[in-house]
Design a protein around this ligand. Structure first.
Ligand code: IMP
Length: 211
């Protein structure tokens, strides 16, 4: 794609998320991605209470809309999580805080969430441990148009964590058609089948008509 890339503000303070998004979209997408901090946007009052909705799509749209007035025009937001059949879709939009450990972050929080999920599923037999990762992406354009896409990855929850890659619930999640957990897949294997990979694959198709 000719010309200088369009700069897209990603509604996150996590540089890892922006790197992953750049990896998921084709190199010739014509876009470059920046975190809120890279764009010089300091923490805003109310920022922490934007993701209060019951669906991933609503949360992604709300996050993009919150930061749109502070951007140069293009804003991308995503929300994702794990929905477990035997828990009626929980932890769902509450995936990040399932363990209720507001004092933890990073790998310590991931471990606490994994322990909380294993406890919640203690009595659930192997054949009833179906689950899916879901991801919703919202892209707001300079004229305020919203493009959204979503991706799902089905699998099952193991009774013990395995593997050192990925993040979050990856060590417990065995994707359909695999004998390994998400945490045992190579990054490119995960991207090809993951909820996030699928959501961004669909977004890339939408972008062809937009940029
Ligand atoms: P957020 O999108 O940063 O609000 O966090 C969503 C939460 O869902 C993460 O903290 C993880 O616990 C979980 N999650 C989302 N995507 C994945 C994934 O690809 N692997 C493992 N856990 C995930």
């Amino acid at each position: 794609m000719p010309g200088s890339p369009i700069s897209v503000l990603v509604a996150t303070r996590n540089p890892g998320k922006v790197r992953e998004i750049a990896d998921l979209l084709p190199g010739d997408s014509g876009l470059s991605f920046h975190t809120l901090d890279e764009a010089g946007i300091s923490p805003q009052p109310g920022e922490e209470s934007v993701e209060v909705h019951e669906t991933f799509a609503e949360n992604a749209r709300a996050k993009a809309a919150f930061f749109h007035p502070l951007s140069d025009g293009w804003v991308l937001a995503e929300d994702s999580g794990l929905c477990v059949d035997a828990l009626d879709g929980a932890p769902g939009v509450g995936s990040k805080r399932f363990s209720n450990r507001a004092d933890l972050s990073g790998e310590a929080l991931d471990r606490a969430n994994i322990d909380a999920l294993l406890r919640a599923l203690e009595e659930v037999p192997a054949e009833k441990r179906g689950a899916e990762f879901r991801c919703a992406v919202a892209l707001l354009t300079p004229d305020g148009r919203a493009e959204t896409s979503a991706g799902v990855c089905r699998g099952r929850i193991r009774s013990r964590p395995r593997g050192g890659g990925g993040f979050g619930y990856d060590p417990l999640f065995v994707p359909e058609g695999f004998g390994r957990t998400m945490a045992e897949l190579r990054p490119e294997e995960k991207h090809a089948i993951s909820h996030r990979g699928r959501a961004f694959g669909k977004l890339a198709e939408l972008l062809i008509g937009l940029t």
